[in-house]
Write a protein that binds this ligand. Sequence first.
Ligand code: NAD
Length: 266
Amino acid sequence: MGSDIVTIPAIHRSAANPFDLGGKVAIVTGSNTGLGAGMALALAQAGCDIVGVSRADAGDTPARVEATGRRFADVRADLSSTAPVEDIVRAAVEAFGRIDVLVNNAGIIRRQDALEFTEDDWDAVMDLNLKSLFFLAQAAARQFVKQQSGGKIINIASMLSFQGGIRVASYTAAKSGVLGLTRLLANEWAAQRINVNAIAPGYMATANTAALREDAQRNDEILSRIPAGRWGAPDDLAGPVVFLASSASDYIHGHTLAVDGGWLAR
Ligand code: NAD
């Protein structure tokens, strides 16, 4: 009896390895430290040249990227306003001729009881984590359209895209907004072969969570609720970011991928 199985060739994938990012150019904001540094390194190891956006010092990311054999363009920008977004894309194109990937990672958090929360703590977080994220995505997508190349936008969301949290009003508002915006932009741009997705890290050991880890009670509460039994590390985002930047994810649009040691499964 003959087999009913029909093999359909993956005609849309030119690379033998669909995770290969050789020859691609990725912009990573907040690449000087923490999760941004980890994702810049992972993308470089997969073949990308990196345009690293740092507010002040680029840290050791340029050296770590160059040690993989890829190039690093050091762009300094303060994303607390939208003023630099077009310059960032222009600098990337001047450095490497094109862009293929944007990782919208730069972000801050402000902690205060909702009754005491200030307008400054609201605006600072919303301006960086949501407003600049949108306008940088817009500038990158305009370049993708100009290149007629398609492209990949990966926004960094949070557990607080799904949950309410406590004492972090503007952060929850911004990260919930990132999840919604990721869907909206996917809807508008998918037909132009632009994939917009997000990664929602769980509780990761970086400067962003230092205050939580220093509070012994909060540290224990959080650790005991993570099925994997440990804080996440920047390395834990390596596979997910390469996947979402690569042709392996070409039919994934508007998804927010939790990388959380099982936190949301509880
Ligand atoms: P981090 O504090 O180590 O890194 C934040 C990055 O944003 C730094 O590179 C910093 O220079 C940059 N940045 C801050 N203000 C900026 C500005 N005005 N202009 C340009 N860059 C600016 O923290 P992290 O944990 O690596 O955070 C990276 C992203 O991951 C953030 O969006 C954060 O909200 C998100 N996140 C972190 C966790 C976690 O547990 N650490 C969890 C979920 C989401």
